[in-house]
Ligand binder design. Sequence first.
Ligand code: ZN
Length: 176
Amino acid sequence: MKRTESFNHIGLEGEKRRQTFLGQRLNHFGLTLIVMGVCFPLYYLGLFGSVDGPLNPAHLGVLLAGKGIMKMHILAVFTSLLIVALIWNWVYNWVSLLTGSRLTCTKKTDNKGSVCGASVSRRKVVHKKTNRTIPQYVCEYGHKQSEAHFHPVRKGTVSYSLMGLSFAFCVVILLS
Ligand SMILES: [Zn+2]
């Protein structure tokens, strides 16, 4: 019996490490997505002056005034930026939910409504009565719950600024 328990323990530790690793990768992925989404198009459009693109300050006015096709390209870039700024956290939250990260223990610790709050790892167990496979969430204190609290990533200042900026650019381009 003791043997089984210690094996379970090792399994849980491994699972927890894997979850942490995935969580870090996801965080990194989210940040990379934002930074790339903002910088690459602007860089290649020459906004920083180092590339001879349509957003290069020296060309911007001339090109915008000149060609409708160029206008459509820039519009497409800013529309893409707008979409990335809008949906990145939904995608991130969806992947987090699928991989079982960003979940915490909901076990009540007292009568005042306080909960344990430790991060949990998800595993599948077979329900004894119905014989169905259901998820089970186990925290570091050994609480086993059938559900856990999910902490979604919300948009921050960067996302809202990027959305506002992209939207403004789209409007300006459409009206110009
Ligand atoms: Zn707990």
